[in-house]
Write a protein that binds this ligand. Structure first.
Ligand SMILES: Nc1ncnc2c1ncn2[C@@H]1O[C@H](COP(=O)(O)OP(=O)(O)OP(=O)(O)O)[C@@H](O)[C@H]1O
Length: 275
């Protein structure tokens, strides 16, 4: 069976250059996510109502909006978990309508609100399995010695080298989220969809996660769902506000906060108060 070409063919280092910037990369041929007229209907209820959205590589985009706005459903649609109509284009490849595993192979990685790691396995084993999902059968047959450079690099990026042998089930909440992100890195995901990555984290963990997002977001297409407006203000390079399944506003944090329509959906309160 013929498989679709991955949008990105050359291996690039996991460690990025520079910092994310509004609008993303402006030189070379940046990768992109282009969503057009995305629509998801559940039993007659329209959860996502014609959303169009562009995110360029190197732009750390946050997706905010009140509860039930359709944020998670958009990520579910992009990753093939719910049926949708419209178009989701990843750097020239249409991904809507493909199966979940095919979409993952095209470099689309996501995290969930609750981290899904193999609790009984070590951090290293989790990363090894994630890396294996992208290996060709012949590579899998070869017995590897030591830790692969890509896994070592991922451990360094997520700051968990010292925890390589630790059982994932015993990790702190934040560390599980970082491990999940590390698993996406070793899978070479270049489009990252992160669903409330700092939910339930301590202040320290939030800051470390923000710095991690900055490091990985500089070289990837990154869309982060978040409610915490302090975090959004600190780390977003651009923001899309969703309400009632539609895009309400888009721009810098300052621009969307100044938008009266945004203030209105947050019930007259400052969006800084969250939902
Ligand atoms: N599988 C489903 N079946 C029916 N309705 C659904 C399903 N999944 C989501 N919905 C509905 O779609 C709407 C959008 O939900 P979604 O979870 O995408 O919102 P959200 O913006 O992520 O909200 P939150 O911030 O609370 O996570 C909600 O009204 C929700 O009840």
């Amino acid at each position: 069976m013929k498989t679709a070409p991955a949008p990105q063919t050359t291996a690039q280092p996991l460690l990025p250059e520079g910092e994310p910037q509004p609008g993303g990369r402006r030189s070379g041929r940046p990768q992109y996510l282009e969503i057009r007229d995305l629509r998801v209907v559940f039993d007659g209820f329209t959860a996502v109502d014609g959303v169009s959205l562009d995110v360029t590589q190197g732009d750390l985009r946050f997706l905010i909006g009140p509860n039930g706005a359709g944020k998670t459903t958009i990520i579910d649609a992009i990753t093939g978990l719910v049926p949708a109509t419209g178009s989701v284009n990843h750097t020239g490849t249409e991904i809507l309508g493909r199966k979940v595993h095919q979409i993952a192979k095209l470099g689309v990685g996501r995290t969930f609100q609750t981290a899904s790691v193999f609790e009984n396995l070590s951090v290293l084993q989790n990363l090894d399995i994630a890396a294996g999902s992208g290996r060709k059968p012949l590579q899998l047959l070869r017995r590897r010695r030591g830790v692969e450079p890509a896994i070592e690099e991922a451990l360094e990026i997520i700051g968990m080298e010292h925890l390589a042998g630790t059982q994932a089930g015993t990790l702190a909440h934040g560390q599980k989220q970082w491990l999940e992100i590390g698993m996406l890195l070793v899978q070479n995901s270049d489009l990252l969809l992160l669903d409330e990555p700092i939910a339930g984290m301590s202040q320290d963990e939030r800051e470390q996660t923000g710095e991690l997002l900055r490091r990985i977001g500089a070289s990837r297409i990154t869309l982060v769902i978040e409610h915490d407006m302090d975090f959004v203000r600190e780390y977003a390079t651009s923001v899309t506000v969703l309400a009632g399944g539609r895009v309400l506003s888009e721009g810098s944090v300052a621009e969307v906060q100044a938008d009266p329509r945004v203030q209105e959906v947050y019930l007259g309160a400052s969006p800084a108060k969250g939902h």
